[in-house]
Design a protein around this ligand. Structure first.
Ligand SMILES: [Zn+2]
Length: 114
């Protein structure tokens, strides 16, 4: 980002002709600086004024990343709990998988030695 501040007209929200928007996130790295209201800087979303989200793309992707990080931990924990509760099922599945792999391995071996 270049730091030379262009003389932009004061931002009027919901006015598409002004074509800039200040990100709604207070912790945005562009804090308070209007960004061009286009697809490069904001995601399109018809539910918002001007047809773009109020949060800039950077903030959106940061938030998504944080969300995924949080939920990956949760998902892993849930899977573990499920496996503990369904130990039999998991064991069966692993046994079957082992046999399938062993069969495949045997077949491969036979083909190689044939
Ligand atoms: Zn932002």
């Amino acid at each position: 980002m270049t730091k030379d501040t262009q003389l932009t007209t004061p931002v009027r929200e919901a006015d598409e002709t002004s074509a800039t928007r200040i990100c709604s996130n207070a912790n945005c790295e562009f804090a308070g600086e209007p960004q061009p209201l286009d697809e490069e800087h904001f995601s399109r979303d018809g539910r918002y004024a001007g047809g773009f989200r109020t949060e800039c793309r950077r903030c959106q992707s940061e938030r998504t990343k944080a969300y995924n990080r949080q939920h990956r931990d949760k998902a892993t924990a849930a899977r573990k709990r499920w496996a503990q509760k369904n130990r039999e099922h998991v064991n069966e599945y692993q046994k079957k998988r082992y046999h399938d792999m062993a069969d495949a391995y045997k077949q491969q071996k036979e083909q190689q030695t044939a």
